[in-house]
Design a protein around this ligand. Structure first.
Ligand SMILES: C[S@@+](CC[C@H](N)C(=O)[O-])C[C@H]1O[C@@H](n2cnc3c(N)ncnc32)[C@H](O)[C@@H]1O
Length: 210
């Protein structure tokens, strides 16, 4: 029965991230990744939504600085019909504004002591403002369409120190983003600047070479 529900969730576009987000599917797939990331590091999460994974990053990785990047912008077009920030919202932009306010409240204490910084903006704009080779790691979970993932990978690598990690979620096809993540990641794996160190449980992990 459990397997049936799991398979059903997998087949409905957009259902899996939603099921995970509301606690109907376990989010233990990413534990191995959390354990790979260095403690006391400088990191960024692209695509925050309600901050559930941000909380796990803080708990397990205990970063010195965590930069949370998300525009919290509702996308009304048909392309985003099954996205958590598109057609799956009940109240559109009002709901995204609510998520932003909730994330600010949720991490208020960490922000006050300088551990968390919340950036409301698109990853390309926000990441671009950091010096090159700044981060120890960047986790990519924003817009999953090909052009965005490609750009996030390139920019994140540039902003990550040699030896640091560029990782991300949803390395899987057949969802609303089609082959956006898999295609961008497979292409990126051919670049000389990064080594693909792990590809499991829908997660991809690159290490910057130099
Ligand atoms: C799947 S949710 C993130 C879930 C979160 N990482 C977690 O695991 O709890 C995707 C998020 O990406 C954000 N997003 C969409 N386009 C983006 C962009 N260009 N840059 C950064 N974030 C983006 C959306 O607003 C949404 O909150």
């Amino acid at each position: 029965m459990r397997l049936y529900v799991k398979n059903l969730i997998r087949r409905i576009p957009g259902a899996e991230p939603l099921a995970r987000a509301v606690g109907l599917a376990p989010d233990n797939l990413r534990t191995f990744l959390l354990e790979m990331l260095p403690k006391n590091s400088l990191g960024a999460e692209i695509g925050v939504w309600r901050g559930d994974f941000s909380a796990r990053l803080l708990e397990v990785v205990q970063p010195k600085q965590l930069h949370l990047i998300d525009p919290w912008k509702h996308e009304p077009s048909a392309m985003y019909k099954y996205a958590l920030y598109g057609g799956l919202t009940k109240r559109g932009q009002e709901e995204m504004d609510r998520h932003y306010a909730d994330v600010c409240a949720r991490f208020q204490a960490q922000a006050a002591r300088g551990q968390v910084t919340i950036h409301r903006g698109f990853s390309a704009d926000v990441l671009g403002q950091f010096p090159d080779a700044f981060f120890d790691w960047v986790y990519i979970d924003g817009n999953h369409l090909y052009e965005y993932v490609k750009k996030d990978l390139e920019l994140s690598l540039r902003k990550t120190k040699p030896g640091g990690f560029v990782a991300g979620d949803d390395y899987v096809g057949g969802q609303w983003w089609k082959d956006g993540v898999t295609k961008a990641v497979d292409e990126f794996a051919k670049t000389q600047a990064a080594e693909l160190v792990s590809l499991r449980d829908r997660q991809f992990v690159f290490r910057r070479k130099s």
